[in-house]
Write a protein that binds this ligand. Structure first.
Ligand SMILES: [Zn+2]
Length: 73
């Protein structure tokens, strides 16, 4: 195995995502839903994952963006 991410994972590559992509934290399983945003970090609804600030992290466990897996692309 040379790949560290299974098929469908985010792997830090924004090109895999579209504006409606849901992403799940692989550490705590919290799901980022673009339709909801992230109230913890004052991210408004309708914010795609790719538009999150570079320093954004999981609001539950503070996992980094590249720890997120695509749930629905
Ligand atoms: Zn998390």
């Amino acid at each position: 195995m040379t790949r560290s991410f299974f098929a469908g994972s985010y792997g830090g590559d924004d090109a895999q995502l579209n504006d409606a992509s849901l992403l799940e934290c692989r550490i705590c399983w919290w799901v980022y839903d673009p339709a909801v945003g992230d109230p913890v970090h004052q991210i408004p609804p309708a914010t795609p994952f790719t538009a999150l600030p570079p320093d954004w992290a999981c609001p539950v466990c503070a996992g980094q963006r590249d720890a997120f897996l695509v749930v629905e692309a």
